[in-house]
Design a protein around this ligand. Sequence first.
Ligand SMILES: Nc1ncnc2c1ncn2[C@@H]1O[C@H](COP(=O)(O)OP(=O)(O)OP(=O)(O)O)[C@@H](O)[C@H]1O
Ligand SMILES: [Mg+2]
Length: 168
Amino acid sequence: MTLPAMRQGRCTVAADGPHVAVPEPRPCPPATAQRRRSFPGAAAELKHLRHWLAGLLPDIPARDDVVTIAVELATNAVRHSATGRGGFFAAEISWRRHPGVLRLAVTDGGAPQGPRWPTGACPLGEGGRGLYLVSALASRTGDYGDHRSRQVWAELPWPAEASPRIGP
Ligand SMILES: Nc1ncnc2c1ncn2[C@@H]1O[C@H](COP(=O)(O)OP(=O)(O)OP(=O)(O)O)[C@@H](O)[C@H]1O
Ligand SMILES: [Mg+2]
């Protein structure tokens, strides 16, 4: 599900990597723990993203969903934003124990238009399947930002006992 109210606000990408300069207009409840890492904007970096997530998240079925979402969002950052033209993207995990939720966010280098979220059945032609998959796996999704930088995020339920190795 997409929350249109989240598709507002601004963030920027610094020369040395993505940096969210302005908080979300509707912040999610405080995270129990957070971890963030920047990657160069190239498809070859996706394997490093996978590896980073595998090192942070315990090996439960939901981890595969998080990795799938992260790869789709990062691929979009590289393909559809300035990230892919010599820029960076940042991946961020935020975890709340109660209620058990994990948010995966990717911040990119911005583009004139934002993500086109699916409104109906899975597109049959080429393209448009990535965000369909993300929406299907996530309980909530959203994006905010503009041509300077944009963050796209997805949340999914995460068991309270399966603490990521990302903080207290
Ligand atoms: N980070 C982004 N910045 C700007 N536009 C985006 C971003 N992510 C997605 N989009 C737009 O939303 C559309 C839908 O994205 P989606 O991932 O569903 O499909 P796709 O990337 O075109 O193809 P694929 O099925 O291979 O993922 C894209 O074609 C693009 O126009
Ligand atoms: Mg895509």
